[in-house]
Design a protein around this ligand. Structure first.
Ligand code: DP6
Length: 316
């Protein structure tokens, strides 16, 4: 038997950065994301012809720690794999791997859905999310399209809202691997950043305001909340010991360009995750202006994406 699944990446407007001390992965504050349509992972699972276990990512056989991480995930959450670990996994990221472009979210979502079909398990988004978030918390949001919320009580749901004219322009500052995994970085932030508690309270307030702005279809407020929240998250992690700095001078230069766009009335709002790339949330009618602006400042390595109304799906 052979199953192929596709899962999109999601970009959080209000981010998940810290786990409560519970085994079932609950975030310290509510997060709200948008699901993208141009960036995704496609994963095929099938019985291994020689009865072995193998994992190939982007045409490379994965070994060492990365393989152990997947092996542990499969052994723990897929009892049928534990009973008979003969499996060939082939995954392809249509997104630069591990550059803070959420490839682990789309990766764990695609893998979980493919395996749920392969092992004939429940395929409700709720049940899939419960498993996938053990591999990568943010992957829980990739089972839904549009705006998605993941709350502190563990619930994950689509938020009704108009996403037809929204899009992201991603400025690729660096497509290399991130220097510190988000798992380690958030653990360190929770344990050592003196302002983490204030950050969580503030993020929770912003999440509530974001839900209201989405209901009101108030794009300026959605954008402003997105940008101030991301800046606050990066400030908070830079106060951890030792400090965590995903943003580089290059990222800061892009942020300055975004500020210039805003001065000229362009609705463009920046957000950054566990990497140096800058993601600009905007509306399709501003796309031409933004691209021209970025080109004029020497940025040519751009990825454009609209919002997907679908989450992870089985392809065949
Ligand atoms: C900055 O989901 O990769 O992208 O659950 O520890 O694997 P783990 O973390 P992960 O972290 C994502 C962090 C973020 C914010 C977000 O997507 O909400």
């Amino acid at each position: 038997m052979k199953v192929t699944a596709k899962a999109p990446i999601n970009i959080a407007l209000i981010k998940y950065w810290g786990k409560q001390p519970s085994a079932d992965i609950k975030p310290y504050n509510d997060s709200i994301s948008l699901t993208l349509d141009a960036l995704y992972t496609i994963t095929t699972v099938e019985t291994h012809p020689e009865g072995l276990f193998s994992y190939r990512l982007n045409d490379r056989l994965i070994l060492g720690n990365d393989l152990t991480r997947i092996w542990y995930f499969l052994q723990t959450y897929f009892p049928k794999f534990k009973a008979n670990p003969s499996l060939k996994i082939t995954a392809k990221n249509h997104v630069p791997t591990a550059a803070g472009l959420a490839s682990s979210a789309s990766g764990f979502a695609a893998l979980t859905l493919a395996l749920a079909r392969y092992y004939k398990m429940s395929e409700t988004p709720e049940d899939l999310a419960k498993i996938a978030k053990q591999g990568s918390g943010s992957s829980a949001r990739s089972f839904y399209g549009g705006y998605v919320s993941w709350k502190t009580d563990g619930t994950i749901a689509k938020i009704p809202g108009d996403t037809d004219t929204l899009c992201f322009v991603i400025v690729l500052v660096d497509a290399n691997e991130k220097y510190l995994s988000s798992r380690e970085a958030m653990k360190r932030t929770v344990a050592t950043a003196h302002s983490y508690h204030t950050y969580v309270k503030e993020s929770q307030k912003k999440a509530l305001n974001m839900e209201k702005a989405i209901a009101d279809n108030d794009f300026s407020t959605i954008g402003r909340l997105t940008e101030t929240h991301a800046r606050h998250m990066h400030e908070t992690m830079s106060s951890a010991m030792p400090p965590i700095q995903y943003l580089t001078n290059e990222s800061r230069k892009v942020l300055d360009v975004v500020a210039k766009m805003q001065d000229q009335g362009i609705k463009a709002y920046a957000t950054m995750d566990a990497g140096s790339n800058v993601k600009i949330l905007t509306k399709t009618n501003h796309l031409d202006d933004i691209q021209t602006f970025l080109h004029n400042h020497g940025y040519r390595d751009l990825i454009l994406s609209k919002i997907s109304n679908k989450g992870a799906e089985i392809l065949e």
